[in-house]
Design a protein around this ligand. Sequence first.
Ligand code: FAD
Length: 440
Amino acid sequence: MQIVSKPINIVIAGGNYAGLSAAKNLYIKLLATNPDYDGTKQAPPNPNVKITLIDRRNGFIHYLGMTRGISQPEYGSKLWLPYSDLPWLQHSSIAVKKNIISRITPTHVELADDDEHVAFDYLVIALGQSRNAPIGVASSTKAEYLEAMSKYQTSVKNSQSIVVVGGGAVGTELVADIKSDYPQKDVTLIHSRDLPIPGPFMDEFRHHVVDILHSLGVNTVFGERVIDEASELESFSSQPHKYAGIVPELVDSIKRNATITTSSGRVFQADLVFNTLGAKTKAPLVDLPSSTDAPIFSPTGIRVTDSMQINDPKYPNIFAVGDVCNRDLVKLAGAAASTGGLAGINIAKLVSALSGEQVELDVSSRGRGRGRGEKDGQRSAPLYGHMKLVLGEYNAVIHKGDGVIPPEVAKTMVAPDMKLGKALKQMFIGTFPVNRKQRD
Ligand SMILES: Cc1cc2nc3c(=O)[nH]c(=O)nc-3n(C[C@H](O)[C@H](O)[C@H](O)COP(=O)(O)OP(=O)(O)OC[C@H]3O[C@@H](n4cnc5c(N)ncnc54)[C@H](O)[C@@H]3O)c2cc1C
């Protein structure tokens, strides 16, 4: 690496599956470079680089388990991992800033309630997508998270009739988890289409989902839109948040004592209503003017190349990874981690190159979850996506490429802990990251 008078500033915006993977690979490739490094102690400082991770939370959240966490308090309490449990992230060349990112510009990141702008030479955008709370998780500390989860869990426990609006993956997993844990409750799923799980999947998959929901005793209302909802707003979040416009996660989607009218005129009374309709884009935060005819954002996210750089010649130093980018139509945590890791490797290559040296960047293999619908990639996308749907503790169905793994087989192929253990292992809790070569 060149010795520079001023450290190269690498900023990672968002520190969950994708952002933490980028940070981990930057640690391995730029900090843990001593041949003696074996992961048993902190890597030495590197005065040539400064890595800044910015997130509105001070910990990782395992979204995959959120629906189960809402109905099972003990499991729900394990889904938050404080960054302070990761000693490698406390490295002197890494700064972790807890703040809301209010704007990303071509040169710097702006923070809410802070006049300081964080300038970057390289940027990784790993902001994911937005979902309202509780699924989107409004909390910014573990204490807040545990308090909020306890309120959600108590509300579920104390409600006899629960309606979930929106039959995507989140809505179906939520009704299945609640009904599995509370078989005596009336649990209803309302979805505007004739079958659940929109996206690049075969109807055979959707029919398996419906069969499982019915076997659990979930009432399903398909092909009907909610046209009116009169309710008391559940007051989980204390006040409307100043930044709710750019961080929809800060807005609660739960309502209580609701009267719901659907497009067919049917009326449902519910003690508790969860709205799981769609994820929102992070586009309002990203102020990167396009230098071409194509916009920076496509309908499925920031347009990226296979090296995960923004697909615009003006921004070779800005990478977009995980759910925020358009690589996959079906957004998955594994793809977020692998694209984040790839950005980390590629930035390390660029930073370490000698002046004028041609750098060959690593490229992402197109993911299993991609599904057809994106035309930006150079390789053609498969017709169907990948999805493992875990419907309560004992049921699952898997859509794999262009085949469906039926429930009786699928249920033996899913992790009982919703991959919590795997995600935590990949974070190197209480220790320091090593790549395979260093470990062997
Ligand atoms: C209920 C549920 C179940 C799921 N189940 C599965 C599953 O079974 N399998 C699977 O593979 N995937 C699943 N997913 C999808 C998976 O969670 C996502 O693909 C994954 O979270 C994407 O990771 P990411 O790092 O790109 O984004 P995220 O995990 O969303 O992380 C984005 C980070 O950016 C931060 N951030 C966002 N905005 C700001 C801001 N303005 N300022 C500061 N920080 C900000 C957030 O705090 C967060 O830490 C599920 C998702 C949900 C919600």
